[in-house]
Design a protein around this ligand. Structure first.
Ligand SMILES: CCCCCCCCCCCCCCCCCCCC(=O)SCCNC(=O)CCNC(=O)[C@H](O)C(C)(C)COP(=O)(O)OP(=O)(O)OC[C@H]1O[C@@H](n2cnc3c(N)ncnc32)[C@H](O)[C@@H]1OP(=O)(O)O
Ligand SMILES: NC(=O)C1=CN([C@@H]2O[C@H](COP(=O)(O)OP(=O)(O)OC[C@H]3O[C@@H](n4cnc5c(N)ncnc54)[C@H](OP(=O)(O)O)[C@@H]3O)[C@@H](O)[C@H]2O)C=CC1
Length: 546
């Protein structure tokens, strides 16, 4: 009996030793591998693959790591479309044109798994759970609700509880090498200086989850402002909690946390200017390009921490490689930002957006693009009245007179709600420490540094903003570049309407206020003669100095 036991123990030890040496040799070969070599033969699990960043991640992995074994993507049915239909539509997207050209069979590597992240067990079938736990090597967790006005319960469900559940699933994965969680640089926006550390959570997530469970939606809505405290919305609050939840698993998993700032259109890959949504600055640019948005509360001199989506994805993939290969003892946080290395300001963005949309106008603009941003509340309210509400009122009046339904005021009300949610971010600035981003770059081979470029110092902002604006036109609004001459003609027509309108307004004011009253006439003559005297004075003084 004792001999049997000792033989068993020996066998176990042998097995353990074998496993250790296998793991060690895997580690050594991984360590020597470039990023594409590392991902070769690997099975990757991605959440949020149908979203803006998820799609770019899938595309880049397939294109730059062509030997990756399989991409398992968690997808839910949505808006009457089955999971399969959604994935098939996604793969037809223009974003995949390059990869389609290089490998027409790329879709064979994408394996959709039905999953609704807000449901218990992420509603993944037991067969799929078995499949995933048997083969996944790396997890990229991108899914989240990024709405700023999301009710707390829902934001908590998706951003925190789903993350917890995914971590539990990850722990069951037999061959997992890295778990990469996408957070946001604004998770700790209640601090002005943000280091690459996980800050203590505003509340213990477990306690909050338990408390909210029994509360009805009305109570939760009422206490939300008290709970989120000095954070601006439920999004940043729940993303901060999620970081804590992820950190709690750092002893069991190799974890990397990516914190991008404001993710914008692509810089270079797969082509410049790729963007497919209205989130963040994109909606603002479009509304300004259409001549609807004429003012916004923002600080001209504050750093606009925009980062192109392809750079974020390059860093994410590099972090996946680093985490798996170097297995840091604690979760490494990567602040993925531009402000400290290549700062650009909201005032400069405004200038370049406006001039870009004048060169490449959007179709059927409401007015000529001409916006100014201000941090002054009173000036802002003045522009809202003069440049938003007044034209909307006139336009709706015109529609009514034509027998149509008024709509402009409604559009402006929605726009004002949206920009009021963004102004917290455009009126202040933050400083992010990005040492880990630099450290990661220094570990890449020169070749990987080119293929997975996230060196934000190389960004030429004016060129980037130009491509971004063109991207919103081509890919968000599906407008044709060949229609630009017609769009320019439309802007000229709008300019002529404005000149005519302004002339009529001056004549009207003259008739009503000046021509009718002796006192107004006297004031008018006084102002004109004063201007004349000033002019003569300056002319005389400039002649004297010459
Ligand atoms: C004066 C101009 C000067 C220009 C230069 C200065 C620029 C300053 C820009 C400042 C930008 C600051 C941005 C800061 C962002 C901080 C980011 C923090 C980083 C992150 O981690 S998260 C990512 C950011 N998240 C978001 O941006 C989400 C914000 N959005 C929301 O919370 C909600 O969408 C919002 C705004 C509350 C609106 O909700 P709702 O009214 O319910 O509308 P829907 O979203 O459901 O959309 C309905 C429908 O409308 C379409 N849509 C949305 N926006 C626009 C738009 N601007 N124009 C046209 N259409 C729009 C939307 O696609 C939906 O269409 P469907 O067909 O899908 O129904
Ligand atoms: N965009 C930005 O500016 C920034 C984003 N981030 C972070 O990057 C990540 C990705 O953001 P982004 O791509 O812009 O966001 P998107 O809104 O474009 O994508 C969100 C993804 O999450 C999925 N998802 C949402 N709810 C569920 C659900 N209940 N079940 C299953 N899947 C769900 C969506 O799937 P579906 O298509 O089915 O809705 C979609 O694929 C997020 O974690 C975000 O916090 C960080 C900083 C800035």
């Amino acid at each position: 009996m004792s001999t049997e036991l000792s033989e068993g123990r020996d066998l176990n030890r042998l097995e353990e030793e074998e496993q250790t040496s296998e793991a060690q040799s895997r580690l050594i070969s991984n360590e020597m591998a470039s990023i594409p070599e590392y991902y070769a033969g690997k099975s990757v699990l991605i959440t949020g693959a149908t979203g803006f960043m998820g799609k770019v991640l899938v595309e880049k992995l397939l294109r730059s790591c062509p030997d990756v074994k399989a991409l398992y993507i968690l997808v839910r049915p949505k808006a009457g479309q089955s999971m399969k239909q959604r994935v098939s539509d996604m793969m037809k997207c223009k974003l995949f044109d390059r990869v389609r050209e290089e490998n027409p069979d790329f879709h064979q590597k994408i394996i959709p798994i039905s999953s609704e992240l807000t449901q218990p067990g992420l509603s993944i079938s037991s067969v799929d759970v078995e499949r995933l736990t048997a083969c996944i090597n790396i997890v990229f967790h991108c899914a989240a609700t990024i709405r700023f006005d999301e009710p707390l319960k829902h934001a908590l469900q998706l951003n925190v509880i789903a993350t917890q559940q995914l971590l539990s699933l990850a722990q069951q994965m037999h061959h997992l090498e890295a778990f990469i969680h996408i957070s946001t640089a604004y998770a700790n926006c209640n601090c002005k200086h943000i280091d690459e550390i996980i800050y203590p959570p505003p509340v213990e997530p477990k306690k909050l989850i338990e408390s909210l469970e029994w509360m009805d939606d009305g109570i939760v809505r009422d206490i939300t402002p008290r709970l989120i405290g000095d954070r601006p919305n439920t999004y940043t609050y729940t993303k901060a909690l999620a970081e804590h939840v992820v950190q709690q698993e750092q002893d069991k998993l190799n974890i990397g946390i990516i914190r991008p700032s404001i993710v914008g259109a692509s810089w270079q890959e797969p082509f410049p200017g790729w963007i497919d949504n209205f989130n963040g600055p994109s909606g603002v640019f479009i509304a300004a390009g259409k001549g609807i948005l004429r003012t916004m509360r923002a600080n001209n001199d504050a750093v606009a921490d925009l980062i192109p989506v392809d750079m974020v994805i390059n860093l994410t993939l590099a972090a996946g490689w680093y985490t798996a290969v170097h297995r840091p003892k604690t979760a490494l946080v990567y602040n993925c930002t531009t402000g400290s290395l290549n700062p650009f300001h909201w005032g400069e963005i405004e200038h370049h957006v406006m001039s870009s949309f004048k060169r490449n106008p959007l179709e059927q603009a409401f007015r000529r693009p001409n916006a100014n941003i201000t941090s002054n509340y009173l000036i802002y309210q003045y522009w809202i009245l003069v440049s938003h509400k007044f034209p909307a009122f006139i336009y709706d009046l015109f529609l009514r007179l034509c027998g149509q339904k008024p709509q402009m005021m409604r559009i402006f009300n929605r726009l004002h709600k949206a920009i009021s949610l963004l102004e917290y971010f455009s009126s202040q600035e933050w400083q992010w420490n990005s040492e880990n981003m630099n450290m990661l770059m220094s570990h890449l081979t020169p070749e990987d540094r080119k293929i997975f470029n996230f060196d934000v110092r190389q960004l030429n902002w004016p060129e980037y903003i130009e491509n971004y604006c063109i991207g919103t036109k081509k890919y968000v609004l599906n407008e044709d570049m060949s229609d630009i001459p017609a769009a320019r003609q439309h802007l000229r027509k709008l300019r002529n309407i404005r000149y005519t309108f302004n002339t009529m307004l001056v004549v009207f004011i003259w008739r009503v206020f000046i021509a009718r009253s002796q006192m107004a006439r006297n004031i008018w003559y006084f102002v004109v003669s004063l201007c004349f005297k000033f002019l003569s004075y300056f002319r005389a003084s400039s002649t004297l100095t010459n």
